[in-house]
Design a protein around this ligand. Structure first.
Ligand code: BEZ
Length: 213
């Protein structure tokens, strides 16, 4: 049987590593300490879908700053390739990839994070996105194949959903977006149930109640 690669899971502390990036050598835990963070991989520099995605992250820098979130990209390309690509995109489109991109030439970080999925590609990372909270815990993971670009609205939506859920001790329903009502956690005791039934919350039944923030 083929050996399964171990992959970080939701709830794990993000594995640490040191890596060469377009911002110099970085220790991941130092870089993300005390902040929300997003680590994302792309298959290869100088490829079209990746260029649109990386430009998308760069163009949303103000959003990520406003949400206290730092970014870090990764691919299995050399630092020279990264520098040439970043410069090329800046020259052609005036968009600067304003976050560090890891040159994971020995694939050590890609392997650590399960970004190498051989059924999809032996030589390129899939399009992974890891969301970490300020305690460095992994809170959400996305994996996309090589031929489908990610959705920046969804990346922003889930970041806001995670932060809002933490701040308000609530959960988010289908298609939740900022400004929508949130789900109040279900009662765990009969006393909480009675309080809930008399609460005036918008309720389908006692276990599905919503409130505005
Ligand atoms: C792209 O980013 O366009 C791409 C990269 C690797 C494989 C297929 C597409």
């Amino acid at each position: 049987m083929e050996q399964q690669m171990s992959m970080p899971r939701i709830g794990d502390i993000a594995p640490n590593f040191k890596a060469m990036t377009t911002f110099g050598s970085l220790d991941f835990h130092n870089y993300i300490d005390g902040k929300w963070s997003i680590l994302f991989s792309h298959p290869a520099d100088f490829t079209p879908v990746c260029t649109t995605e990386m430009s998308g992250f760069a163009q949303e820098k103000d959003f990520f700053d406003a949400h206290g979130t730092v970014l870090m990209g990764l691919s299995i390309d050399s630092i020279h390739s990264h520098i040439a690509w970043v410069n090329n995109v800046r020259e052609k489109t005036n968009v600067l990839f304003n976050f560090p991109i890891i040159a994971d030439i020995d694939m050590s970080v890609s392997k650590l994070y399960g970004m190498l999925q051989p059924g999809e590609s032996e030589t390129a990372a899939v399009r992974a996105v890891f969301f970490m909270d300020p305690s460095k815990k992994i809170r959400l993971i996305m994996y996309y194949p090589l031929n489908v670009g990610r959705n920046m609205d969804e990346i922003k939506r889930v970041l806001e959903a995670l932060q809002t859920a933490d701040a308000n001790k609530c959960a988010m329903p289908l298609n939740w977006k900022k400004g929508d009502k949130v789900i109040v956690p279900p009662p765990k005791t009969m006393e909480e149930l009675d309080t809930r039934l008399n609460s005036g919350l918008e309720m389908v039944d006692f276990y599905l109640a919503k409130r505005s923030l």
